[in-house]
Unconditional design. Structure first.
Length: 110
């Protein structure tokens, strides 16, 4: 099943609400992922460019993106980013396929 890493930032209004009334944001994100038909594997609060990162497995990426649209529309998060993640085994298979395809490519000037 395809795996995705989703990162984002909490808005100042969301942070204010969390300070005033702490809540479990992992279960909140899990509910959205499950409503979209996926499984949330991990939830992390992060430092740096993003405030959180989640890993999700889901067959229908359009359903995941629809869920993220709903979350973004709430005004509680910003800067949502979604990237497809591949396991080492999946990457090994890609390398094997690349070996079979490489002969079809001609670099410029050759």
């Amino acid at each position: 099943m395809p795996r995705f890493i989703v990162t984002g930032c909490y808005t100042s209004s969301a942070m204010k609400a969390m300070v005033e009334s702490p809540s479990d944001r992992e279960s909140a994100s899990r509910a959205v992922v499950e409503a979209a038909g996926g499984t949330q594997e991990n939830f992390y609060l992060t430092t740096g460019e993003s405030d959180f990162a989640i890993t999700v497995t889901i067959d229908d990426v359009s359903a995941l993106l629809a869920g993220l649209l709903a979350v973004g529309a709430s005004g509680a998060v910003s800067n949502l980013k979604t990237v497809r993640a591949f396991s080492s085994d999946e990457f090994t298979e890609m390398q094997k396929k690349a070996g079979g395809i490489a002969g079809a490519y001609k670099a410029p000037g050759k």
